[in-house]
Ligand binder design. Structure first.
Ligand code: PMV
Length: 315
């Protein structure tokens, strides 16, 4: 057995279809160039020890419920190879936590890859995805699987719950500016909020979800044609639909408005909402201006691009 194994996995932004994807609608998601690194070492006892001090928000990640999926992943990988042993798992990340960028899925995916590599076994990407999805269910209750899918496979993908991930091969990069309200929230709580709205107003919410499906299909066409103007328009409509189901708030809307004023082609919240991040699609020459406008409106911003690579064994 190796003395050490390390794997990494990317963060993501959902371009279209968050929440609607929980109800089997089409979504589009892109892996971005920020990664989580998980290093695993064998222990002489049979305890699993997770160290996450290196993560940008350690207090948050060390809450029991956030670490639970990693314990589950460790136990599942070990038991699937009939091993009983202890592990030291150390997590390093440049992905802000609990703001819709998929940090928990990236940690789960990278952990599965690192542990199986330590045992000298290579899990397939499909197996890594399935393990990470099972672990996510413990934290989010009813996740669609979109986060572990994009973190595992990387690139730009469409995702439907009943069908899984399909790679979209788009030649051009998509210059995306991320704006973080820095308000942490729970994905599970936001999924429950939408489920309550749907129970109260099924006819209305179901029609909004159908509009979300039509929107994602149009967005696939716009991406294939390279029609950035249409893509921006569709992002704006997507944001309005997310406002309608109740997952936006003042802090998010402020950053979306600032990005649009600064010349973004479109802007919307990304992920579960209730805080977290927005994304803005910007012409390449304008990304800095949009990032500055978001910062002036009180958000933390960074410019990002696509990561073609999903989960990766490092050593
Ligand atoms: O955890 P987040 O903020 O990236 O949200 C994931 C997207 C949702 O559609 C809200 C939930 C899901 O599992 O699809």
């Amino acid at each position: 057995m190796k003395a050490l194994s390390r794997a990494s996995a990317p963060a993501k932004v959902i371009l279209f279809g968050e929440h609607f994807v929980v109800y089997d609608k089409l979504a589009i998601v892109m892996a971005i160039d920020r990664r989580v690194y998980v290093t695993v070492r064998p222990r002489s006892d049979d305890r699993i020890f997770i160290e996450s001090e290196a993560i940008s928000a350690p207090a948050e990640l060390s809450k029991g419920d956030k670490l639970k999926p990693i314990y589950l992943i460790a136990e599942s990988v070990l038991s699937s190879y009939g091993k009983r042993m202890g592990l030291n798992i150390s997590i390093e990340s440049s992905i802000p936590i609990s703001v819709g960028l998929g940090s928990s899925a990236a940690v789960a995916v990278a952990s599965a890859a690192a542990i199986s590599n330590l045992l000298g076994e290579g899990l397939s990407k499909d197996e890594i995805f399935r393990l990470a999805l099972e672990a996510e269910k413990v934290v989010h209750g009813n996740p669609s699987g979109i986060d572990p899918a994009v973190s595992t496979y990387g690139g730009l993908i469409t995702y439907r719950r009943g069908e899984g991930a399909k790679r979209l091969n788009i030649e051009r990069d998509l210059p995306i500016v991320v704006g973080n309200t820095c308000i942490e929230r729970s994905t599970g709580d936001m999924i429950s909020l939408v489920s309550r709205a749907r129970r109260s107003y099924p006819d209305i919410i179901d029609r909004i979800m159908d509009a979300g499906e039509a929107l994602a299909r149009s967005a696939v066409k716009a991406l294939e044609k390279g029609d950035m103007k249409a893509l921006g328009d569709l992002m704006n409509i997507n944001h309005a639909l997310l406002c309608a189901i109740g997952v936006s708030n003042e802090a998010i809307d402020k950053l979306v408005a600032a990005a649009r004023r600064a010349g973004a082609l479109g802007a919307k919240l990304t992920g579960a909402g209730g805080g977290g991040c927005i994304i803005a699609l910007s012409p390449p020459e304008n990304t800095r201006r949009v990032a500055e406008a978001i910062a002036n409106a009180g958000g933390e911003s960074f410019i990002t691009g696509m990561s073609l690579e999903g989960v990766r064994v490092e050593v």
